[in-house]
Design a protein around this ligand. Structure first.
Ligand code: FAD
Length: 331
């Protein structure tokens, strides 16, 4: 393979019912930095139906060029038509780097596209950097989260990765940016997988996503029971935050999985993170260490959570948290 033919960065833009997903804007932010470092342009590729009005937004968030693939069969994600159009756009544009969100859609789509292109894919990345010899260094947790592995794809192009939502930062929206908008003609082969969307069912979702919360009061196994989480809700209501949890607490059925922080949960970056009765296992820390200020409450002073905490309180969470809430209520 002559890798010198490949230039540029391409981001797969994910839309659901016409709404651009946050992870795609985060990837445009990271893609912009990579493109600037390599001195190449950034393409946003968006498959969908009647989505022309999203192009300005994608340019404002960093794209130099938006390629729209508009077809009624692309309105809702199904594997085969999306795989066809994404493979085609990559073959046409020949980017050296292609990024997908590690969402249910990206995790289904990216491996199929990479297999058709005959290149590699690093899944579930938490950081991306460019090496001195212009290779994309894709870092992801490995061996159950016990080490971070940095993977490169030296001999094939494009270098492809899926990236976890919440780990990259969006660019500041700049409506004055300009870029090209082009339509790629779409002709889809008959869908060999014969997948058809029959209906949508709205699942009950949390009113707010923990990834958007500025303050998180997070509880672990040390909280002891679902009922005991009341003290965490009291504090979070008082300071306008949300309650989240470790996997141990979620697995115990005390909180919904959408509230889990960590490697197999969500990556969060709040201004303030309370870690209550959480030991600080590497898989948990991977999801919260970027918080601006971390306050840990744990009765074991040797607990690992104190290694990442800015402020640590050694003691029983059931005694300390109500006192904290009471004091804050007085302010
Ligand atoms: P524990 O480790 O049991 O810690 C409980 C803590 O509470 C202890 O430190 C104890 O001292 C303290 N405590 C007890 N009682 C009190 C009290 N009254 N007051 C104050 N402190 C008290 N974990 C995640 O959280 N998120 C993930 O996404 C995740 N993904 C994983 C992926 C893989 C592949 C694997 C192998 C594991 C993953 N885990 C994840 C699990 C992780 O390894 C830990 O098992 C988990 O984080 C432990 O949760 P915990 O800290 O709540 O519980």
């Amino acid at each position: 393979m002559d890798i010198s033919n490949y230039k540029g960065v391409l981001v797969f833009v994910e839309q659901r019912r016409g709404e651009i997903q946050n992870v795609s804007l985060e990837l445009l932010g990271k893609g912009r930095k990579i493109a600037d470092e390599l001195g190449v342009s950034l393409i946003a590729a968006i498959p969908g139906y009647k989505i022309n009005n999203s192009s300005n937004l994608l340019v404002a968030y960093g794209a130099d060029k938006v390629v729209i693939m508009d077809h009624e069969d692309l309105e809702t994600y199904t594997t085969e038509p999306y795989t066809q159009v994404m493979t085609e756009i990559i073959e046409r544009e020949k980017p050296e780097v292609v990024l997908f969100g590690a969402t249910s859609i990206g995790r289904d789509l990216a491996p199929r596209v990479s297999a058709r292109l005959g290149t590699g894919l690093t899944a579930d990345c938490t950081s991306l950097d460019i090496s001195e010899d212009r290779l994309l260094m894709m870092t992801r947790p490995a061996f159950g989260g016990n080490i971070m592995a940095t993977i490169v794809c030296p001999d094939h192009r494009p270098q492809m990765s899926t990236v976890r939502p919440g780990v990259m930062t969006k660019m500041e929206r700049d409506p004055s940016r300009t870029g090209d908008v082009v339509q790629m003609p779409v002709s889809l082969e008959k869908n060999p997988m014969c997948v058809e969307v029959l209906k949508f069912e709205q699942v009950m979702e949390a009113k707010q996503d923990i990834q958007d919360a500025k303050i998180l009061v997070s509880g672990g196994r040390g909280i002891g029971s679902k009922e005991n989480f009341e003290v965490l809700y009291d504090l979070s209501d008082t300071i306008g935050g949300m309650v989240s949890a470790s996997r141990a607490a979620v697995d115990s059925g005390w909180l919904d999985p959408s509230h889990q922080v960590g490697q197999t949960g969500k990556t969060v970056r709040p201004d303030l993170y309370f870690a209550c009765g959480i030991s600080g296992a590497i898989q948990h820390v991977a999801g919260m260490e970027e918080a601006e200020l971390i306050i840990a409450i744990n009765k074991d002073k040797g607990s690992k959570i104190f290694e990442v905490a800015d402020l640590g309180v050694v003691g029983d969470v059931h005694k300390i948290l109500p006192l904290v809430t009471e004091e804050i209520k007085k302010i």
